[in-house]
Structures are given as structure tokens and as C-alpha cells.
Design a protein around this ligand. Structure first.
Ligand code: AGP
Length: 607
């Protein structure tokens, strides 16, 4: 969602804030803005477009000062206009603020303010908060903030400057992430670590319902009832080189090419000689493992597809009922979960609100909760019983790639470890899978060399209006992921179906204009999938056949992609790579913004 940044200290806040916004641009890039508080009050500059456009607008207008806030927007309320861009002030310029999240009851609050004669500049829920806070403010920021949050419903994080308080800024978290960093006589706050990591490694992840005041000497904390408390700092080990393209044209291409080393990291400390052992990070006992009656895998988007692949693999090894569900649905279902339920939440950002709320929903039922996440300090990670780290390194490209692969490995290893603790994993299977897993990084790197063939296929088909992706078993969620990648970055309409389901309707769509990608690695379902290829060819639709080395390809196909052999259960690690690269190449040919596709954001912190 939106990215917000605040700074107070001896550096030029304009530079610090702009740099921070650039680092958070994957969270939203519809408009950007900055406000500094100097001796002659607020100076605000905002514009539709990216941080680069904001920099141009600032130009050499000499925007200098030691106190400032900034915002990069993913529009929720009000169109993409300069007026709706943040920061927003009240009509008397008593304060200015930036906001990430949604105020669900903003309309009723706005009606009261309009009735009180307040004039609005924008259509945003954010300006409603600014106008209301200014009316509540009588010189005591804490009191006004507590009252504001008693009246506002929804999930939000704010950073606020008060005109009569030039030596401090306030930030508040209620449902949307906010991290604070403390340096030598300076302090920073932001929606996420990349914005502040180069300035300080002592950080505080604000808790739910926490208010923080920053001044150059440090931070003070209160809850939403105005009660003060200490909040210890945490150190973060984010490698700043992860936040650079390392010579690649796009972060997405860099992250696709990192998947061999990502897999090595995802296995390290979890696989020994030829056995699986997660006791170092997942403290559950054999008794606990045996007590579970059900495993719920819950996630959104690409993470949901990774969870679905894991379900298809693990149901061969675990005797318990494994369910996989979309978080925004799971969240509102009358769950029959209880203390015998293991609920595993998959989220690379660890901040996806649908998944966070689904977690809170099942926790109420007493379930044991685990998160597989790339952000060990995220909201989801801080609210579960155990965390399985993805260790994929920061992923900047909005379209998830390397984190999908890291999620697959973390989930499959965790599930097999659970089966082992339950005495359900046969030693022979463990040895067979572990030896195949150890070869996967090399086979992934071999698959990455298919780029030229995929570039050629993309140039053949990137003008298509629609695509269909088919797969069976493990390859059905891989087909879903392939379709999502193509949709996300090339804006080509793409649907994925279980191959056996096609004849029950979608087959009506088939003709020469509709390319069909068939994911058909060598496994017990290959033959069935080959008959679906015949059905497709019978309707003249061009087929791109993605399979394993050594498999005889059907005749008369439009494209053939072969990935190296591996154990059937592990085919997704290899078959997904060509689909990522194909989407990348198609988007490149269509001139799309690959790292920041339209209408998307890297972590979705609204429902
Ligand atoms: C995937 O490319 C998308 N960025 C999106 O579907 C994403 O997977 C989804 O929003 C879930 O994000 P999370 O893993 O951070 O929870």
C-alpha cells in the first residue's frame, strides 16, 4: 500500500525523506509528496506520478530543513490527482500528515465536519483525519491523537507534524506497519525497513495501537489510552546491496536469477546429510505434532499458489486433513478450527492485512499458528507462535518470484518435518527427497539458461489478447501462478484451469487466437494432460508445452520448453521458472513497467 517516511535531525530532511520514499516506491506509485516544517511554517510539495516526478517538481526550490514527512501513494479513496496526493493539512494549517491504510468510517466523520463548516481540498479519507485532528488539538498532541483513534475505524499508520511543535514529530500505528529508527541526534520512521536501513540498525517496530513521538534525542511511546511505556529497540540485518539491481535491467529479472542461491539458503540449517531437521527453528514436540488433527494453509496471491503446491505435495506424507484457503475468504468463514488445528500463514511481506486478519480470526479459536515469511519482524511474524523464515532477501519487484520458490521449500520442508515428528515420513522417501532437493539449485540455474528460447516464444505470442494456462495436480497451482505473473506485469488477460476441468466450459474459448500454456512435467498425470493437449489442438489453439527432459512432446505444438528432471513432487521448483521468464519477456516487449506494474503494490495493507 502507501509508503510513508518521517525524519527529524541534523541532515536535510528533504533528501532523507526523498531517498526513503524511493526505497518504498514498491508500495505504491500513483503520486508522491513531501512537507517540511521550518521557521516560516509548512512547505508542502506534491504531485501525481513517481518520486522522480516529485524531485523534478521540487527542483532547486531550496526545500531545506531538519524536520519533514513524505508519502508515496497507492490510491484507495479519491482519484489519482494532485489534490488527493499526500501530505494533507487542515484548513488552518495547524498540522500536516501522511497516511497509509484506510479509515473505514471516513464518510460519517466527514459529514460531521462539513456540518461544522469545514472546507475540504480533496476526496481522501486522509484529509478527514487531518481536519478532525486539528479540531481535537488544543496544544496536547497525545490527547488529540488518542481521541482521533477512538473515533476512526480501520487500519492505518500516520506520521504527523504540528505547526507549533517544530522539534518533534508523531507517528501512530493501528493495523498498518510502521518502524522507527534512532541515530546520533536524529530519528527516522517509515512503513518498512528499506527506507531507513542505511541510517541506523537500531529500530523499533511499532506495536498495534502505539503512539510514538520522535525528537532529535530519541523516541517516547504511549498506548492509545495515553499511558507511557518503554519499547526496546531491535537490530535489523538488512543487506543494503539487496536493494540494488546488481546490473540487471529490472529487480524482477535479478530476483528470478537469484533463485538458485535462494534455494540454498532456504535449505541451509534445515537439511543435514540426508535428513530433514527443523528443530533449530520450529520448537514443536513430537507430541504436539501428533496432536494436530488438521493443517490450514492460508495466504493471498502468489503465496496462496505456493501454499496450494505444498498442499498437493504434503498430502502424500501427512495423514491429517490439509486445507488451503484464500485469506480474505478464510477470514469470514465459520471455521471449525480449534487447539488441534495447525494454521500456517504464508506471506512474503508479513504485512498483508487479509492474511493478518485471517490469523487473528483463527487464533481466537485456539489454533497453533505459524508464519512462513520473508519479514521476521513483520506484523504477522509478531502475532504467530512460530516463524519459518524464507531468507530470500528483500524482494523489490512487485511481482513475487524468488519468494514463491523460497515459500515452496520452507512449506514442503516444514510439512515433511511435521510428518517425521508424527512418525509418518518413511526414511526412504526422506532420503530420496533430500537428495533431489540438494540438486535443485543447480537445476534451477540450468533452467534459467532457457531465457533465449522464452524470449523467442514471447515475441511470438506477446501480442495475444488472452492466454489459458493448464495443469493437473501440483502443476495446476503452477499454472495459476504462471497466469498471475503474465497478468500482473504484461496486463494480458490470462486464466488458469485444472486441465481436466477445461472440457467443462473453458474449451468454448479455444481458437487460433488463444495460446494455451500446458504445464506437464513427467508424473503420474502426464498421460491425462496429453489428452487435454489433443482436445486443445483439435480446436486449433496454439499450445506451448512445458515439460521435463526426456518426455516425448505431442506433435504439432507451437512451443516446447523442457526443464531438467527431478522427483515428481518437486517439479514446481523448475516448471515455475520458465513461466516467470516468459511473463517478464512478454511484458518487456509490451513496454510495461515491470518492477512497478500499474494498480499494484508489493504489500497490501488494506482489506
Ligand atoms: C504476487 O506477485 C503479488 N505481488 C501478490 O499476489 C502477492 O503474492 C500477494 O499480495 C501476497 O503478498 P504476501 O506474500 O506479501 O502476503
Amino acid at each position: 500500500m502507501c509508503g510513508i517516511v518521517g525524519y527529524i535531525g541534523h541532515q536535510n530532511a528533504c533528501e532523507v525523506v526523498l531517498k526513503g520514499l524511493e526505497r518504498l516506491e514498491y508500495r505504491g506509485y500513483d503520486s508522491a509528496g513531501i512537507a517540511l516544517l521550518g521557521k516560516d511554517g509548512f512547505r508542502t510539495v506534491k504531485t501525481v506520478g513517481k518520486v522522480a516526478d516529485l524531485k523534478n517538481k521540487i527542483g532547486d526550490s531550496g526545500l531545506v530543513g531538519g524536520l519533514g514527512i513524505g508519502h508515496t501513494r497507492w490510491a484507495t479513496h479519491g482519484g489519482v490527482t494532485d489534490a488527493n496526493a499526500h501530505p494533507h493539512s487542515d484548513e488552518h494549517n495547524r498540522l500536516v500528515l501522511v497516511h497509509n491504510g484506510i479509515i473505514e468510517n471516513y464518510l460519517e466523520l466527514k459529514e460531521d465536519l462539513l456540518a461544522a463548516g469545514v472546507h475540504f481540498q480533496s476526496q481522501t479519507d486522509t484529509e478527514v483525519a487531518a481536519q478532525l485532528l486539528a479540531r481535537l488539538y488544543n496544544g496536547n498532541p497525545l490527547q488529540a491523537l488518542c481521541e482521533l483513534f477512538r473515533r476512526c475505524r480501520g487500519a492505518f499508520a500516520f506520521v504527523i507534524l504540528f505547526n507549533d511543535r517544530p522539534n518533534e514529530l508523531y507517528c501512530v500505528r493501528k493495523g498498518a506497519p510502521l518502524v522507527v529508527a534512532l541515530g546520533e541526534n536524529e530519528a527516522f520512521c517509515a512503513s518498512d525497513v528499506p527506507a531507513i536501513v542505511e541510517h541506523a540498525d537500531r529500530v523499533v517496530f511499532l506495536d498495534e495501537g502505539e503512539i510514538c513521538r520522535l525528537d532529535a534525542s530519541g523516541a517516547s511511546f504511549w498506548d492509545l489510552n495515553g499511558c507511557a511505556h518503554d519499547h526496546p529497540t531491535t537490530s535489523v540485518d538488512v543487506d543494503p546491496t539487496m536493494i540494488d539491481k546488481a546490473g540487471y535491467t529490472h529487480f524482477m529479472l535479478k530476483e528470478i536469477n537469484e533463485q538458485g542461491s535462494v534455494l540454498r539458503r532456504a535449505m541451509s540449517g534445515r537439511i543435514t546429510e540426508d535428513t530433514i531437521d527443523l528443530s533449530g527453528e520450529w520448537g514443536i514436540s513430537a507430541a504436539q505434532a501428533k496432536a494436530f488433527r488438521r493443517l490450514d494453509l492460508v495466504a493471498c496471491g502468489t503465496s496462496f499458489y505456493a501454499a496450494t503446491v505444498a498442499q498437493r505435495v504434503l498430502e502424500n506424507y501427512l495423514s491429517i486433513d490439509i486445507r488451503v484457503d484464500i485469506a480474505s475468504e478464510y477470514r469470514y468463514r465459520p471455521l471449525k478450527a480449534d487447539a488441534d488445528t495447525l494454521a500456517l500463514f504464508v506471506s512474503q511481506s508479513g504485512e498483508t492485512l487479509d492474511t493478518l486478519e485471517a490469523l487473528r480470526h483463527v487464533k481466537e479459536k485456539g489454533a497453533y499458528t505459524v508464519a512462513a515469511t520473508n519479514a521476521p519482524n513483520s506484523s504477522i511474524a509478531r502475532e504467530v507462535n512460530d516463524v519459518l523464515r524464507l531468507n530470500a532477501g528483500i524482494e523489490i519487484g512487485v511481482a513475487a518470484t524468488k519468494t514463491f520458490t523460497a515459500q515452496l521449500m520452507a512449506l514442503i520442508l516444514a510439512g515433511l518435518y511435521l510428518a517425521k515428528l508424527r512418525g509418518e515420513l518413511d526414511e526412504k522417501d526422506e532420503k530420496r527427497l533430500v537428495s533431489a532437493m540438494k540438486e535443485l539449485p543447480y537445476k534451477v540455474e540450468e533452467t534459467l539458461t532457457l531465457e533465449a528460447e522464452l524470449k523467442a516464444l514471447a515475441s511470438k505470442f506477446s501480442k495475444a489478447r488472452d492466454f489459458l494456462f493448464l495443469g493437473r495436480g501440483i502443476s495446476f497451482p503452477v499454472a495459476l501462478e504462471g497466469a498471475l505473473k503474465l497478468k500482473e506485469i504484461s496486463y494480458i488477460h490470462a486464466e488458469a484451469y485444472a486441465a481436466g476441468e477445461m472440457k467443462h466450459g473453458p474449451i468454448a474459448l479455444l481458437d487460433e487466437e488463444l495460446p494455451v500454456v500446458v504445464v506437464a512435467p513427467e508424473d503420474y498425470l502426464l498421460e491425462k494432460t496429453l489428452s487435454n493437449v489433443q482436445e486443445t489442438r483439435a480446436r486449433k489453439a496454439p499450445v506451448i508445452f512445458l515439460t521435463t527432459e526426456g518426455v516425448t512432446a505431442p506433435a504439432d505444438i507451437a512451443g516446447l520448453i523442457r526443464v531438467p528432471r527431478t522427483e515428481p513432487e518437486l517439479s514446481a521448483f523448475l516448471t515455475v521458472i520458465p513461466l516467470q521468464i516468459f511473463a517478464y519477456e512478454a511484458a518487456l516487449l509490451r513496454g510495461c513497467n515491470i518492477d512497478q506494474p500499474r494498480n499494484l503494490a508489493k504489500s497490501v495493507t488494506v482489506e
